[in-house]
Design a protein around this ligand. Structure first.
Ligand code: NAD
Length: 339
């Protein structure tokens, strides 16, 4: 059993905690919070021992009826591995703590590649994470790009990739971020950081990305063009997508042409928190013109990295040797039913 601690029980951390709890080979030994908010109540409800970053704030938790198991430092000492899901830029500050306790640690995409010196995606480089002390799971957008690019590359080779990312303005619960009524070029400069981030996992792929933010909380949408090295048919591409455990096909017959309808569909499937862990590739968009593949894919920002964290934990623990087996264990434990 791998003993896992979650440092930063927020949007990503709480999902990773629940996904880890369902796995046959790992368990949650603690989660951490900075203040006694709604998520702290849920941690208590789920029975996760709650640790706090600043132990001087313990009384505020006790006053709110939330028992405190100890400090983050104490939590780290009970763990084989820490998933750091603190906000971007905070995680790097915890590195010293993980080094001090020689505990394995996983950071998220809000940190730079250098935080761990290794960036992870289970479909692309699982084996390279085996027995590592430090790993970074790439961001939600990069995860979605890596999955499809790698799958297509394995079969047909990839000459170059061009992608436009239409990104959600904020997560649904966030009330202080926008935009409310604008399309914001983020960044205005090209390429955006997403292409170089894909290269942290797939260094050989020539890729240029452009990104903007729009007033939605539902999901990101990618407009993707992949120049193939060999001829391929649309049917062959669809077969790759159907066979891949982390590429979901939004069937044309569902009539779904938006992120809102897709989110509703996933909610109706009774997925926890209506989470779409796989890429949502719109079947109707998949087109091959000459040697170029075009498609739209929805990426659920709060969900796709969750399953990658679970696989990263398993890879770093070293017992499960290949990514395909780990992905299968993770997906089965979550009761993953294809779209
Ligand atoms: P979040 O703000 O929802 O959650 C972060 C949690 O960490 C909060 O509960 C906060 O109280 C806690 N925290 C803050 N400082 C802490 C500290 N010093 N010690 C312990 N806990 C602390 O953030 P998030 O959206 O879950 O993002 C976490 C990471 O995941 C970031 O690197 C982010 O870039 C990445 N990520 C986020 C998304 C997304 O869409 N939300 C998607 C992919 C990756």
């Amino acid at each position: 059993m791998i003993n896992v601690a979650i440092n930063g029980y927020g949007t990503i951390g709480k999902r990773v905690a629940d996904a880890v709890s369902l796995q046959p080979d790992m368990k949650i030994i603690g989660v951490s919070k900075t203040r006694p908010n709604a998520e702290a109540y849920i941690a208590k409800e789920r029975g996760y021992p709650l640790y706090i970053a600043d132990i001087s704030k313990k009384q505020a938790f006790v006053d709110a009826g939330i028992p405190v198991a100890g400090s983050v430092d104490e939590m780290i000492q009970c763990a084989d591995l820490v998933v750091d899901a603190t906000p971007g830029g905070v995680g790097i500050k915890n590195r010293e703590l993980y080094e001090k306790h020689t505990v394995k640690a996983i950071w998220q995409g809000g940190e730079d590649h250098d935080v761990a010196g290794f960036s992870f995606n289970a479909s692309c480089n699982y084996e390279e994470a085996r027995n590592r002390q430090f790993t970074r799971v790439v961001s939600c957008n990069t995860t979605g790009l890596c999955r499809i690019i790698h799958a297509v590359e394995e079969r047909f080779g990839v000459k170059k990739v061009r992608a436009v990312m239409v990104r959600r303005g904020a997560d649904p619960h966030v009330i202080k971020k926008g935009p409310i009524d604008s399309v914001v070029l983020d960044p205005v400069s090209i390429p955006s950081h997403h292409g170089p981030d894909v290269n942290s996992v797939l260094p050989h792929i020539p890729i240029v990305t452009m990104a903007m933010i729009v007033p939605t909380t539902q999901m990101h949408m990618h407009a993707l063009t992949i120049e193939l090295a060999q001829d391929a048919t649309r049917e062959e591409i669809l077969d790759i997508i159907k066979a891949h455990p982390r590429l979901g096909l939004v069937k044309k017959t569902t009539g779904i042409v938006s992120t809102a309808e897709l989110k509703e569909f996933v909610m109706d499937m009774n997925r926890p928190r209506s989470d779409l862990w796989e890429n949502g590739i719109y079947e109707g968009s998949v087109s091959v013109v000459g040697r170029e593949l075009f498609l739209f894919q929805a990426i659920h920002q709060e969900a796709d990295v969750v399953v990658e964290n679970v696989d990263a934990i398993r890879a770093m623990a070293g017992d499960v040797l290949d990514g395909a087996t780990s992905i299968q264990i993770t997906n089965n434990a979550l009761g993953f039913v294809a779209l």
